[in-house]
Design a protein around this ligand. Structure first.
Ligand SMILES: Cc1ncc(COP(=O)(O)O)c(C=O)c1O
Length: 398
């Protein structure tokens, strides 16, 4: 798994195993050993392990990792080793990635709209869990599995909009999901087809309001009652948040406790319960180490940006935690100021307003660690303008 180019520019790593990556004790060590020009992606195995343990031990059901949030093989392996055995996949490439690395993993194809090739491929390698939100998709699944009688089908609900879009920072309700009447009808149509039938939904990513899971489960109850059919599973989706600057969150146990209570309140406690965390299992375990190429006033021009792993910082003006990684003299000054970031590409959209608070004397040549980027960071980066990085390291510090 070790990329030779990766090894060539990262001299004298502390060790190469067990993560299949050049491994260092600290981010400072990784930078000191680096001879390349691009940004460096840092994976913190201890943090990924801690997040996995929190969910495996605390979530009141089975944990499916949403592979899209960070498909790096080392991330997948760490989660597997910590007890995450189910994976939410969306494409043939994600299926093959997880199946190739972890052949005993249970794959859930939870993309509600799939190509026929994807369904055929998935079923062929043993995937039985699939989601749908429309009659035509249901028929597609029937056709592409030759009317299989061993499917576990998950009907994706569109959740009704409540105040402030359910309190999720990134609402996901605009594209997928069946509304109430369609859901009632689809449950009835799918019942004779599915060996197991369930409901799934997504309250929106980075959901700051625990109560939204309760609201969604109450709604699911109404759909099931109106349809009058038996279901075997309920999937509460992703959306579990992590803390970012100016975005404090409730402890994860508050989410788990409320979901447990709501499952009882709405009579779902005896069903197979599933959850699909992405961000909460990957964000804190990943950083991008970026270098300052130029400073203009309070603007820092970096070697990564909106077209790289900092898409959310640009597109959604998301603030990420940052720290200066300077080991050479002079030591960084104590007072901090708010900076704006610019990425390396020619596009003006490659702007990240932050503000990102760093020592006031931050300057060209300094490295900055942008944290909590394990989710939707490296995986969103493009090759635009030739700016990208092949360099991923593991960092052992907590
Ligand atoms: C079907 C599905 N499940 C799970 C997730 C993961 O969501 P999150 O990262 O908010 O936990 C997503 C994110 O888009 C999704 O579309």
């Amino acid at each position: 798994m070790l990329n030779t180019q990766n090894a060539a520019v990262l001299q004298h790593p502390t060790q190469l195993q067990p993560y299949g990556l050049p491994t260092f004790n600290t981010a400072f060590d990784a930078i000191a050993a680096y001879q390349g020009d691009d940004q460096i992606y840092a994976l913190y195995p201890r943090k990924v392990e801690a997040a996995a343990r929190l969910f495996v031990n605390g979530f009141p059901g089975h944990v499916l990792y949403a592979v899209k949030s960070n498909p790096h093989p080392s991330q997948l392996q760490i989660l597997w080793d910590e007890g995450v055995k189910r994976f939410d996949v969306a494409s043939i490439r994600e299926i093959d990635l997880v199946n190739g690395l972890l052949p005993d993993a249970d794959l859930f194809l939870m993309h509600p709209i799939k190509s026929r090739q994807t369904i055929v491929h998935a079923y062929g390698i043993g995937v039985r869990n699939m989601s749908f939100d429309h009659e035509d998709e249901l028929q597609k699944i029937v056709d592409c599995t030759a009317e299989a009688d061993d499917l576990h089908l998950h009907l994706r609900l569109a959740l009704p909009k409540v105040s402030k879009q359910l309190g999720a920072v990134m609402p996901l309700g605009g594209k997928f999901g069946a509304d109430f009447d369609a859901a009632v009808s689809l449950l009835k149509s799918a019942r004779p087809i599915a060996q197991k039938l369930g409901l799934c939904f997504h309250v929106g990513s980075q959901c700051l309001n625990t109560e939204n899971y309760n609201t969604a489960l109450a709604y699911a109850r109404k759909v099931v009652d109106a349809a009058g059919v038996k279901i075997e599973s309920i999937d509460v989706g992703g959306g579990f948040p992590v803390a970012y600057p100016d975005m404090p969150i409730a402890p994860m146990t508050a989410y788990f406790d409320l979901i447990s209570e709501s499952l009882i309140t709405y009579g779902f406690q005896d069903l197979e319960v599933l959850g699909e965390p992405g961000r909460a299992l990957s964000a804190e375990g990943g950083s991008t180490l970026v270098r300052v190429e130029l400073r203009k006033g309070n603007d820092l021009y970096l070697n990564d940006g909106t077209y790289g792993s900092l898409f959310d910082a640009g597109q959604f003006t998301w603030k990420f935690p940052v720290r200066l990684l300077r080991s050479r003299p002079p030591a960084p000054c104590a007072n901090t100021i708010g900076f704006r970031f610019f990425g390396p590409t020619c596009d003006s959209a490659d702007t990240m307003n932050g503000p990102f608070h760093l020592p006031a004397d931050t300057c060209e040549g300094d490295w900055i660690e942008v944290q909590n980027l394990g989710a939707y960071g490296q995986t969103l980066s493009t090759h635009f303008n030739g700016f990208y990085s092949d360099h991923t390291v593991a960092i052992l510090e907590d």
